[in-house]
Design a protein around this ligand. Structure first.
Ligand code: UT7
Length: 325
């Protein structure tokens, strides 16, 4: 059987119309534009309108990605949606998006790895495609974290935003060379001992409530910079490629300081970093595909480029995906 590889056909994004600036937040809680920019790099974030749900954001990002890829919804036979803020406890957000797109073939399911969700979803879809079981995947990261934020907690409410990003992957024959397009390698990790450091204090089984996000920011920061780089090193080790070979580093967009310190630790040049955290805040599973969509639309990421995705989230979960675009 010929070897298969998952090739990126296109990416897309959607952001809710309403933006919330740091100055506006400073009217609600004891904070300032200066503190938020200095500690995180965030200048503004988008907030979903009343009644605008995660599946609605995801559907719009999906349509953008389908158009960008030149693919019709009928060509998709696998939908994986990464989200921690589903419309409903069930059915999955993926099946809601499947229906909204008019897709009745194939399979759709959600995947939950918080901020690492999109990288986990790419890794999952890629394994389906490489096995030959499915041909074309729609991978989405979509979130409405504004719905689980405690808007009176200044240590968290300034950090997050809403949005969605999407990617179309197609299984194509490959000779297995590193200069051929497609996902080259993925590396996922998790360690459940860290629950308390980043969690939501509600859920259907534990409390029968939705709950609010709680975070020990300093601990998460330390873990993100100290530990997460191992999965990027794993991707280099698995392929024999090096930081010099990379064209773009697209990490989870939580904090500009984490992004810069991680890149520095890995020996990745600052000009190779794609950062959108100043515009979107932390959109959890949507952050990496949103950054990819921005950098693809503005012409930075081009066909043939070597792109490293990396993310870390609650759990903890963390992962990398190395892609020849
Ligand atoms: O997606 C993965 C999850 N999230 C992350 O990756 C976030 C990881 N953590 C972080 O990004 C940073 O830890 C934060 C941005 C959350 C905080 O930055 P920090 O430099 O670690 O600040 P800190 O928590 O040490 O707080 C410093 C001070 C404290 O005051 P005192 O105790 O020094 O008087 C805080 O109470 O800043 C205070 N503070 C604020 N001040 C103004 C905390 N939040 C705010 C705020 N505005 N919004």
């Amino acid at each position: 059987m010929p070897q298969l590889r998952s090739v990126v056909l296109g990416v897309g994004a959607y952001l809710p119309a309403k933006t919330l600036t740091n100055d506006e937040l400073a009217k609600r809680v004891d904070t300032s534009d200066e503190w938020i920019v200095q500690r995180t790099g965030i200048k503004e974030r988008h907030i979903a309108a009343e009644g605008e749900t995660t599946s609605m954001l995801g559907e719009k990002a999906a349509r953008d990605a389908l158009a960008n890829a030149g693919v019709s919804a009928n060509d998709i036979d696998l939908i994986v949606v990464a989200t921690s803020t589903p419309d409903w406890t069930f059915p999955s957000t993926a099946t809601q998006i499947q229906a909204a797109l008019g897709i009745t073939q194939g399979v759709a399911f959600d995947l939950q790895a918080v901020c690492s969700g999109f990288v986990f979803a790419v890794a999952t879809a890629e394994k389906f495609l490489r096995s030959g079981s499915h041909k074309r995947a729609l991978v989405i990261g979509a979130e409405t974290f504004s719905r689980i934020i405690d808007w009176n907690d200044r240590t968290t409410c300034v950090l997050f935003g809403d949005g969605a990003g999407a990617m179309i992957l197609e299984a194509r024959p490959s000779a297995g060379r590193l200069d051929e397009r497609g996902v080259l390698t993925t590396h996922l990790r998790s360690d459940g001992r860290h629950r308390a450091k980043l969690h939501v204090d509600g859920g259907p089984s534990a409390t029968q409530t939705v709950g609010h996000l709680r975070m020990e920011g300093k601990e998460v920061f330390r873990f993100a910079v100290g530990q997460v780089t191992d999965v990027v090193k794993d991707a280099f080790a698995a392929t024999g490629l090096t930081p010099e070979d990379l064209d773009w580093f697209v990490p989870h967009q939580a904090n500009r300081r984490i992004i810069d310190m991680s890149a520095q630790k890995l020996g990745i040049a600052p000009e190779k970093i794609i950062a959108t955290v100043h515009l979107h805040g932390n959109t959890s599973a949507a952050s990496v595909p949103l950054a990819l969509a921005v950098a693809s639309a503005d012409g930075r990421i081009k066909q043939g480029d070597l792109v490293m995705l990396e993310a870390v989230g609650g759990g903890f979960t963390w992962g990398s995906a190395l892609i020849r675009w």
